[in-house]
Design a protein around this ligand. Structure first.
Ligand SMILES: Nc1nc2c(ncn2[C@@H]2O[C@H](COP(=O)(O)OP(=O)(O)OP(=O)(O)O)[C@@H](O)[C@H]2O)c(=O)[nH]1
Ligand SMILES: [Mg+2]
Length: 472
């Protein structure tokens, strides 16, 4: 079965807790703090792998959990980092957030397009620091350590779009499957009724030194772009192909169809689905050239396409071969015209690939520069926080780092809470609270914790004695 969309639930590893411990040695009565740090939790990583051709592995396996970071230990022993979970996916997999309840896919996270490309979809939790970090000139024996950062699980939608170089596109029964069977080792079902092909087939085609992957997708019909027939869900596979092999039936089919109308129908559907698709490089393959009446239909469509191409260049003749419409008359049954069509396709795919590689190189360089800027920005964003006056002497502080600090604090430990307050002050939280109008004794909320505000910057009733001290 061809699986091209799955939902998986991922959870990175929690961070390990830092350790609170003091050195104990024979003959050393009072050893210093020696609690090691907790290890970082494992990441959940998606990795593109060219060996895979579908998402079938994730049809029944939905849950992926990375290992937690180990806790720190005495003697400055740091906890081990949790192992990552690496989820291998085929090339051409796009990854989005997914809301399990509403069954809606959300923001695009990444598009995995080249072999070995990796993306961390869930970062492991940060390990807590051991008590050795909290020694100051006045606090020689810190009796607290940080907790590890917990992580949460969430759902992702993985969607695979075929990465074929060329896609055989056309109405039902024009002979797309017959063609792929003729030019590659693929053996799809072929029959004289529409919608024989229900899932895409891929084939590898060789032509001299060049080779390319071709896709045979279910036939498109009028209204496909709006979801008619089977075509719609497969239109997205065409999106990935650099070249469209537009297949036309020169036999007229059972209904003696007009070949020019057929051509226009497909173009219209592509255009409606995505205007860019209509502009995609293409080769016209006029199939069933062995059938009676085929010669006239070939002539009609050639005339039509030539006029169209001339109009595009705005002249009466072509100044080079590239301006001519690429039309190939073939028969999947007799093999007539097939070698020429394959050679032209291979050549065009090769040209497009070279172009795309050049563009990918430049844009990858651009992208990594962009990533750096973004990383820098996100570090700043982590440190940012906001203060909200909820009224009635209650203030809420929100922000990534601030919240993480609170979560990693062991609240039963007075010294740890003390330390947290000092860190919040350092970040500027106290100042910001005072500025927002908080007074000593007011309630401060950060994530799920509430505590009383005590400030050096703003006293509810200034103590004269203290002021005197400050003036000294
Ligand atoms: N005479 C003749 N018949 C052909 C040729 N190519 C395909 N056919 C016939 O056309 C019918 C449809 O062929 P398929 O290859 O199944 O067509 P398809 O485009 O894949 O059709 P769907 O999968 O339904 O979209 C079959 O009966 C084929 O034998 C050809 O070159 N000449
Ligand atoms: Mg078919």
């Amino acid at each position: 079965m061809f699986i091209d969309q799955v939902h998986i639930c991922v959870k990175s590893g929690d961070g390990g807790a830092g350790c609170m411990s003091f050195r104990r040695e024979a003959y050393v009565p009072k050893g210093g703090p020696d609690g090691g740090d907790g290890g970082k939790g494992g990441d959940v990583v998606l990795e593109a792998n060219k060996q895979l051709s579908s998402l079938v592995d994730y049809r029944f396996k939905h849950h992926f959990k990375a290992q937690r970071g180990r806790h720190g230990k005495g003697s400055r022993m740091h906890g081990a980092t949790g192992e990552d979970v690496v989820i291998k996916v085929p090339l051409g997999t796009t990854v989005r957030y997914y809301d399990e309840e509403t069954r809606q896919a959300g923001k695009l996270i990444v598009d995995l397009t080249y072999d070995g490309q990796r993306h961390v979809v869930a970062q492991g939790g940060v390990g807590g620091l051991g008590n050795t970090h909290f020694v100051t000139s006045t606090r020689r024996a810190p009796a607290f350590a940080e907790l590890g950062e917990p992580t949460e699980s969430f759902w992702l939608e993985l969607e695979m779009k075929l990465m074929a170089d060329a896609a055989l596109v056309g109405l039902p029964s024009v002979g797309k499957s017959s063609l792929i069977a003729r030019i590659s080792a693929a053996r799809p079902k072929i029959a004289d009724y529409p919608f024989t092909t229900l899932v895409p087939n891929l084939g590898m085609v060789r032509s001299g030194d060049l080779s390319f992957v071709v896709a045979d997708v279910p036939g498109l019909i009028e209204g496909a772009a709006e979801g008619k027939g089977l075509g719609h869900q497969f239109l997205r596979h065409i999106e990935r192909s650099a070249l469209i092999l537009h297949v036309l039936d020169a036999s007229g089919g059972f209904e003696d169809r007009d070949i020019i109308e057929d051509y226009q129908t497909i173009n219209r559907e592509l255009e409606l689905y995505d205007a860019e698709l209509a502009q995609r490089p293409r080769i016209i393959v006029v199939n069933k050239i062995d059938a009676p009446g085929a010669a006239e239909r070939l002539e009609a469509i050639t005339e039509y396409l030539t006029a169209e191409a001339l109009a595009a260049v705005g002249g009466n003749e072509f100044s080079n071969d590239y301006q001519k419409p690429p039309i190939f008359a073939v028969s999947a049954v007799t093999g007539e015209g097939i070698p020429q069509m394959v050679a032209a396709t291979a050549k065009r795919v090769h040209e497009l690939r070279t172009e795309a590689e050049y563009l990918a190189e430049t844009s990858r360089a651009e992208k990594s520069a962009f990533d750096k800027i973004w990383q820098h920005k996100s570090k700043k964003e982590v440190e940012e926080f906001t203060v909200q006056n909820l009224g009635g002497g209650v203030f809420k502080v929100s922000g990534k780092l601030v919240e993480r600090m609170v979560i990693q604090t062991e609240w039963d430990n007075e010294e740890a809470v003390d330390h947290l307050q000092r860190r919040l002050d350092k970040l500027g939280v106290e100042k910001a609270l005072a500025k927002a109008g908080a007074r000593s004794g007011d309630e401060i909320r950060i994530t799920n914790r509430a505590f009383a505000f005590e400030s050096l910057y703003c006293e509810s009733s200034p103590d004269p004695e203290e002021e005197e001290n400050e003036n000294e």
